[in-house]
Design a protein around this ligand. Sequence first.
Ligand SMILES: Nc1ncnc2c1ncn2[C@@H]1O[C@H](COP(=O)(O)OP(=O)(O)OP(=O)(O)O)[C@@H](O)[C@H]1O
Ligand SMILES: [Mg+2]
Length: 229
Amino acid sequence: MAAISFINPKGGSGKTTLALVLAQEMSRRGGRVAVIDADPNAVIMKWKNDRAARGKNLPFHIEACTEESRIAKLAEELSEHHDFVFIDLEGTANRMSSRAMTRSHLVLIPMNPSSIDANLASKAVELVLEESDIIKRDIPYRLVRSRDAAAVESRTLKRIKAALAEHDIPCLQAGLVERAAYRDIFEFSATLDELKPSDTSNIEAARDNAAGVADEVISVLKDIGKGLS
Ligand SMILES: Nc1ncnc2c1ncn2[C@@H]1O[C@H](COP(=O)(O)OP(=O)(O)OP(=O)(O)O)[C@@H](O)[C@H]1O
Ligand SMILES: [Mg+2]
Protein backbone atom coordinates (compact mmCIF):
# COMPACT_ATOMS: atom_id res chain seq x y z
CA MET A 1 0.00 0.00 0.00
CA ALA A 2 0.97 3.60 -0.56
CA ALA A 3 -0.45 6.75 0.98
CA ILE A 4 -0.31 9.76 -1.32
CA SER A 5 -1.19 13.31 -0.25
CA PHE A 6 -2.12 16.08 -2.64
CA ILE A 7 -0.95 19.42 -1.34
CA ASN A 8 -0.53 22.95 -2.56
CA PRO A 9 -1.50 25.93 -0.42
CA LYS A 10 -2.42 27.69 -3.66
CA GLY A 11 -6.15 27.18 -4.11
CA GLY A 12 -7.41 25.81 -7.40
CA SER A 13 -4.09 24.22 -8.36
CA GLY A 14 -5.72 20.92 -9.33
CA LYS A 15 -5.36 18.80 -6.16
CA THR A 16 -8.89 17.43 -6.04
CA THR A 17 -9.04 16.77 -9.78
CA LEU A 18 -5.76 14.87 -9.81
CA ALA A 19 -6.73 12.91 -6.68
CA LEU A 20 -10.05 11.81 -8.17
CA VAL A 21 -8.59 11.03 -11.60
CA LEU A 22 -5.80 8.90 -10.11
CA ALA A 23 -8.21 7.17 -7.74
CA GLN A 24 -10.43 6.25 -10.70
CA GLU A 25 -7.54 5.06 -12.83
CA MET A 26 -5.91 2.94 -10.12
CA SER A 27 -9.27 1.42 -9.24
CA ARG A 28 -10.04 0.74 -12.94
CA ARG A 29 -6.78 -1.25 -13.04
CA GLY A 30 -7.95 -3.40 -10.14
CA GLY A 31 -6.15 -1.56 -7.35
CA ARG A 32 -7.88 -1.34 -3.98
CA VAL A 33 -8.33 2.40 -3.53
CA ALA A 34 -9.42 4.59 -0.64
CA VAL A 35 -9.76 8.36 -0.78
CA ILE A 36 -9.70 10.52 2.33
CA ASP A 37 -11.43 13.83 1.74
CA ALA A 38 -9.61 16.02 4.25
CA ASP A 39 -10.79 19.29 2.75
CA PRO A 40 -13.68 20.95 4.65
CA ASN A 41 -15.02 22.03 1.24
CA ALA A 42 -15.70 18.32 0.77
CA VAL A 43 -15.70 18.24 -3.03
CA ILE A 44 -14.99 14.50 -3.24
CA MET A 45 -17.60 13.76 -0.55
CA LYS A 46 -20.09 15.66 -2.70
CA TRP A 47 -19.08 13.47 -5.67
CA LYS A 48 -19.74 10.43 -3.51
CA ASN A 49 -23.09 11.68 -2.17
CA ASP A 50 -24.29 12.79 -5.61
CA ARG A 51 -23.54 9.31 -6.94
CA ALA A 52 -25.52 7.76 -4.11
CA ALA A 53 -28.43 10.11 -4.85
CA ARG A 54 -28.34 9.03 -8.52
CA GLY A 55 -28.23 5.36 -7.57
CA LYS A 56 -24.70 4.84 -8.91
CA ASN A 57 -22.32 2.46 -7.19
CA LEU A 58 -19.09 3.70 -5.66
CA PRO A 59 -16.00 2.32 -7.43
CA PHE A 60 -13.76 2.82 -4.39
CA HIS A 61 -13.90 3.74 -0.73
CA ILE A 62 -14.32 7.44 0.13
CA GLU A 63 -14.30 8.82 3.62
CA ALA A 64 -14.23 12.34 5.04
CA CYS A 65 -11.79 13.42 7.71
CA THR A 66 -12.19 16.88 9.14
CA GLU A 67 -10.30 16.40 12.42
CA GLU A 68 -6.57 16.70 12.21
CA SER A 69 -6.24 14.44 15.26
CA ARG A 70 -7.78 11.58 13.24
CA ILE A 71 -5.96 11.79 9.94
CA ALA A 72 -2.81 9.85 10.82
CA LYS A 73 -4.70 6.92 12.34
CA LEU A 74 -7.24 6.85 9.52
CA ALA A 75 -4.52 6.84 6.86
CA GLU A 76 -2.78 4.00 8.67
CA GLU A 77 -5.96 1.95 9.07
CA LEU A 78 -7.01 2.37 5.45
CA SER A 79 -3.48 1.53 4.28
CA GLU A 80 -3.84 -1.92 5.80
CA HIS A 81 -6.58 -2.92 3.38
CA HIS A 82 -5.92 -0.77 0.32
CA ASP A 83 -3.19 -0.53 -2.30
CA PHE A 84 -3.59 3.23 -2.54
CA VAL A 85 -4.79 5.78 -0.01
CA PHE A 86 -5.22 9.20 -1.60
CA ILE A 87 -5.56 12.20 0.71
CA ASP A 88 -7.12 15.32 -0.77
CA LEU A 89 -6.22 18.41 1.24
CA GLU A 90 -7.47 21.96 1.54
CA GLY A 91 -5.72 24.75 -0.37
CA THR A 92 -4.12 26.14 2.80
CA ALA A 93 -0.98 25.28 4.70
CA ASN A 94 -2.42 23.94 7.94
CA ARG A 95 -1.87 21.28 10.54
CA MET A 96 -4.06 18.80 8.66
CA SER A 97 -1.68 18.99 5.67
CA SER A 98 1.34 18.57 7.95
CA ARG A 99 -0.10 15.50 9.63
CA ALA A 100 -1.17 13.98 6.31
CA MET A 101 2.31 14.52 4.87
CA THR A 102 3.99 12.77 7.77
CA ARG A 103 1.92 9.64 7.02
CA SER A 104 2.44 9.80 3.26
CA HIS A 105 4.86 7.78 1.19
CA LEU A 106 4.58 10.31 -1.60
CA VAL A 107 3.35 13.89 -1.81
CA LEU A 108 2.05 15.15 -5.14
CA ILE A 109 2.03 18.91 -5.68
CA PRO A 110 -0.24 19.80 -8.59
CA MET A 111 0.37 23.18 -10.15
CA ASN A 112 -1.11 25.20 -12.97
CA PRO A 113 1.50 25.65 -15.67
CA SER A 114 2.26 29.35 -15.25
CA SER A 115 5.33 31.12 -13.92
CA ILE A 116 3.37 32.57 -10.98
CA ASP A 117 2.13 29.13 -10.01
CA ALA A 118 5.57 27.59 -10.42
CA ASN A 119 6.89 30.11 -7.86
CA LEU A 120 4.02 29.36 -5.50
CA ALA A 121 4.64 25.63 -5.91
CA SER A 122 8.11 26.13 -4.50
CA LYS A 123 6.34 27.22 -1.28
CA ALA A 124 4.59 23.87 -1.24
CA VAL A 125 7.96 22.17 -1.70
CA GLU A 126 9.28 24.12 1.33
CA LEU A 127 6.38 22.79 3.40
CA VAL A 128 7.28 19.22 2.47
CA LEU A 129 10.94 19.82 3.29
CA GLU A 130 10.05 21.42 6.65
CA GLU A 131 7.92 18.43 7.52
CA SER A 132 10.67 16.03 6.45
CA ASP A 133 13.03 17.92 8.71
CA ILE A 134 10.69 17.65 11.70
CA ILE A 135 10.12 13.91 11.37
CA LYS A 136 13.71 13.26 10.26
CA ARG A 137 12.63 11.22 7.25
CA ASP A 138 12.61 12.15 3.59
CA ILE A 139 9.09 12.57 2.28
CA PRO A 140 9.32 11.95 -1.46
CA TYR A 141 7.44 14.53 -3.50
CA ARG A 142 6.82 15.39 -7.14
CA LEU A 143 5.35 18.42 -8.82
CA VAL A 144 2.64 17.60 -11.35
CA ARG A 145 1.43 20.05 -13.95
CA SER A 146 -2.34 19.99 -13.63
CA ARG A 147 -3.60 21.79 -16.74
CA ASP A 148 -1.23 21.37 -19.66
CA ALA A 149 -2.35 22.80 -22.98
CA ALA A 150 -3.80 20.05 -25.16
CA ALA A 151 -2.17 21.36 -28.33
CA VAL A 152 1.51 21.87 -29.01
CA GLU A 153 3.71 22.46 -26.04
CA SER A 154 3.50 26.17 -25.22
CA ARG A 155 6.53 28.35 -24.80
CA THR A 156 5.48 29.09 -21.20
CA LEU A 157 5.43 25.37 -20.48
CA LYS A 158 8.89 24.94 -21.94
CA ARG A 159 10.18 27.78 -19.73
CA ILE A 160 8.57 26.28 -16.64
CA LYS A 161 10.05 22.85 -17.35
CA ALA A 162 13.47 24.44 -17.80
CA ALA A 163 13.17 26.44 -14.54
CA LEU A 164 12.09 23.37 -12.57
CA ALA A 165 14.95 21.34 -14.03
CA GLU A 166 17.40 24.14 -13.20
CA HIS A 167 16.23 24.23 -9.57
CA ASP A 168 16.35 20.47 -9.45
CA ILE A 169 12.70 20.23 -8.37
CA PRO A 170 11.43 16.73 -9.12
CA CYS A 171 8.51 16.88 -11.50
CA LEU A 172 6.49 14.18 -13.28
CA GLN A 173 7.18 14.17 -17.01
CA ALA A 174 3.49 13.66 -17.69
CA GLY A 175 1.03 16.34 -16.62
CA LEU A 176 -2.74 16.31 -16.58
CA VAL A 177 -3.95 18.01 -19.74
CA GLU A 178 -6.70 20.65 -19.63
CA ARG A 179 -9.75 18.63 -20.69
CA ALA A 180 -13.48 19.08 -20.37
CA ALA A 181 -13.66 15.45 -19.21
CA TYR A 182 -11.81 16.32 -16.02
CA ARG A 183 -14.41 18.95 -15.20
CA ASP A 184 -17.31 16.76 -16.23
CA ILE A 185 -16.46 13.93 -13.83
CA PHE A 186 -17.54 16.43 -11.15
CA GLU A 187 -20.39 17.91 -13.18
CA PHE A 188 -21.96 14.47 -13.73
CA SER A 189 -20.53 12.83 -10.56
CA ALA A 190 -19.11 10.27 -12.98
CA THR A 191 -15.97 8.31 -13.69
CA LEU A 192 -14.12 8.97 -16.95
CA ASP A 193 -15.50 5.64 -18.21
CA GLU A 194 -19.07 6.71 -17.50
CA LEU A 195 -18.93 10.01 -19.40
CA LYS A 196 -20.92 10.12 -22.64
CA PRO A 197 -19.42 11.40 -25.90
CA SER A 198 -22.66 13.32 -26.46
CA ASP A 199 -21.96 15.36 -23.31
CA THR A 200 -18.16 15.56 -23.26
CA SER A 201 -15.54 15.92 -25.97
CA ASN A 202 -12.24 14.01 -26.20
CA ILE A 203 -13.01 11.50 -23.44
CA GLU A 204 -10.61 8.99 -24.98
CA ALA A 205 -7.75 11.49 -24.93
CA ALA A 206 -8.47 12.24 -21.27
CA ARG A 207 -8.43 8.51 -20.45
CA ASP A 208 -5.10 8.02 -22.22
CA ASN A 209 -3.65 11.03 -20.45
CA ALA A 210 -4.90 9.80 -17.05
CA ALA A 211 -3.32 6.41 -17.75
CA GLY A 212 0.01 8.06 -18.62
CA VAL A 213 0.06 10.06 -15.38
CA ALA A 214 -0.94 6.97 -13.37
CA ASP A 215 1.86 4.93 -15.02
CA GLU A 216 4.38 7.51 -13.95
CA VAL A 217 3.05 7.63 -10.38
CA ILE A 218 3.37 3.84 -10.20
CA SER A 219 6.91 4.03 -11.46
CA VAL A 220 7.79 6.70 -8.85
CA LEU A 221 6.29 4.46 -6.16
CA LYS A 222 8.47 1.61 -7.39
CA ASP A 223 11.53 3.85 -7.25
CA ILE A 224 10.83 4.76 -3.64
CA GLY A 225 10.24 1.16 -2.65
CA LYS A 226 6.45 1.36 -2.55
CA GLY A 227 5.71 -0.63 -5.68
CA LEU A 228 2.79 -3.02 -5.73
CA SER A 229 3.83 -6.61 -5.09
N1 LIG B 1 -6.79 19.04 -16.11
C1 LIG B 1 -7.87 19.83 -15.96
N2 LIG B 1 -8.71 20.06 -17.00
C2 LIG B 1 -9.78 20.85 -16.86
N3 LIG B 1 -10.12 21.47 -15.72
C3 LIG B 1 -9.32 21.30 -14.65
C4 LIG B 1 -8.17 20.47 -14.70
N4 LIG B 1 -7.58 20.48 -13.47
C5 LIG B 1 -8.34 21.27 -12.70
N5 LIG B 1 -9.39 21.78 -13.39
C6 LIG B 1 -10.42 22.71 -12.92
O1 LIG B 1 -9.75 23.74 -12.17
C7 LIG B 1 -10.49 24.07 -11.01
C8 LIG B 1 -9.61 23.85 -9.78
O2 LIG B 1 -9.27 22.47 -9.73
P1 LIG B 1 -9.32 21.66 -8.35
O3 LIG B 1 -10.63 21.88 -7.65
O4 LIG B 1 -8.93 20.28 -8.67
O5 LIG B 1 -8.17 22.41 -7.56
P2 LIG B 1 -7.82 22.30 -6.01
O6 LIG B 1 -6.36 22.50 -5.89
O7 LIG B 1 -8.38 21.06 -5.43
O8 LIG B 1 -8.60 23.56 -5.41
P3 LIG B 1 -8.81 23.90 -3.84
O9 LIG B 1 -7.50 24.46 -3.36
O10 LIG B 1 -9.91 24.92 -3.86
O11 LIG B 1 -9.17 22.62 -3.14
C9 LIG B 1 -11.73 23.22 -11.03
O12 LIG B 1 -12.76 23.98 -11.61
C10 LIG B 1 -11.36 22.05 -11.93
O13 LIG B 1 -12.48 21.51 -12.58
MG1 LIG C 1 -9.57 20.77 -3.77
